[in-house]
Design a binder for this molecule. Structure first.
Ligand SMILES: [Zn+2]
Length: 366
């Protein structure tokens, strides 16, 4: 049964690659006849010269060639705006006009400046980068990057190391990621330090220094906040939540040269309490990972985002029209929470290339 689902998925991806763009164009022309007010926010993580390996990597990169094709498609068919301008662009949209789309990136990743920024500039579109500011001064790898390095080095006791050995449910690396995402801040900090111990010193080019952030700003890109510690905000006490909204914000604002008015919630974990804390902390918009189009009825502090298909520009073209047709309809029970990543992993997390059993699981991207 699983094999059959896989093959249908493969067929769907191949069809989308070939006819996704032309078919989506026709559907989009019809949709544009409507005066509906809707738009879409897209969420990228890593973009690199080569596509990442979803079977081995926790957060595989989108290939730069696919990314550029997708960005060119957006520029041709949509009105690309910065995330902070998306709600106003949606409210302004009239019959016949293009639908607004915002391109966003999460986490302070070197590839954002080294690979994605030149492409955005070449194509001539603006985007939004949600940063923690944790690596403004020194190199810093997030815990999942350290976990990746430990996996690559063949470290064998990772479940024990993150404290999941007794839980008995972490049979692969993605389950370890889910386990760590559910840790409170103190346990998470312990895991982060332990991973640093086995993964080795963070590489000198890890993260984004102040000069890198300035490059984004000079290119007119928008910078939003992603919280300094990248904690699962839904697990924090009220006091810690209020603190998370401010810690590191001033330092990043100093580099950016203005206030950070939009936020995206780490791993996409948000509820009414978290959204309200963001509102109290003067954030105007908050971005989640729920796969819904944005409409005037969307809660401005819980705006949905779509993780783009990494497969092809055609797949993204198809995704976008589906999002617009479904406008505002969210089906979490179908397993389509946006921050989930479907991938296959060998069951033996400590030897990613060594097992026979392939497991399918879903994790929330950072
Ligand atoms: Zn993140």
């Amino acid at each position: 049964m699983t094999a059959r689902i896989y093959s249908w998925k493969r067929i769907g991806e191949a069809v989308a690659r070939v006819v996704g763009t032309p078919v989506a164009h026709v559907v989009l022309l019809v949709l544009r006849l409507s005066g509906r007010k809707a738009g879409i926010a897209l969420m990228y993580h890593a973009v690199d010269e080569q596509a990442g390996d979803a079977g081995r990597e926790l957060v595989p990169a989108v290939a730069s060639s696919v990314f550029e094709g997708q960005i060119r498609h957006l520029k041709r068919r949509y009105r690309v705006v910065r995330a902070g301008d998306l709600p106003a662009a949606i409210a302004e949209r009239r019959r016949g006009e293009r639908y607004p789309v915002a391109i966003t990136f999460d986490d302070d990743l070197r590839c954002h400046v080294a690979v994605a920024l030149p492409i955005l500039e070449r194509v001539g579109v603006l985007a939004t980068f949600f940063l923690t500011g944790v690596s403004l001064v020194h190199p810093f790898s997030f815990w999942w990057e350290r976990l990746q390095r430990a996996l690559d080095q063949g470290v064998s006791n990772l479940a024990e190391l993150v404290g999941a050995a007794d839980v008995g449910t972490c049979s692969n690396a993605h389950e370890l990621v889910m386990f760590v995402q559910q840790l409170g801040p103190e346990s998470r900090a312990t895991v982060e330090a332990r991973l640093a111990g086995v993964a080795g010193i963070d590489p000198p080019d890890a993260g984004l220094r102040a000069a890198d952030v300035r490059k984004l700003v000079e290119a007119q890109m928008e910078v939003g906040f992603h919280t300094l510690r990248h904690d699962n905000l839904s697990l924090l006490s009220d006091d810690m939540l209020a603190k998370a909204m401010e810690d590191g914000r001033g330092s990043l604002e100093e580099v950016v040269g203005g206030p950070l008015q939009i936020i995206c919630y780490p791993y996409g974990y948000v509820d009414e309490r978290v959204a309200n804390a963001a509102r109290v902390a003067r954030f105007v918009s908050g971005f989640t990972t729920k796969r819904v189009a944005v409409t005037p009825g969307s809660d401005p502090l819980q705006i949905g985002r779509w993780g783009p298909s990494a497969n092809s520009p055609g797949a993204l073209a198809a995704q976008l029209v589906v999002a617009l047709v479904r406008r505002g309809t969210y089906h979490p029970h179908r397993g389509d929470d946006a921050n989930t990543l479907r991938t296959s992993l060998h069951s033996d997390a400590s030897h990613p290339g060594g097992g026979e059993t392939s497991l399918r699981t879903r994790i929330r991207k950072p």
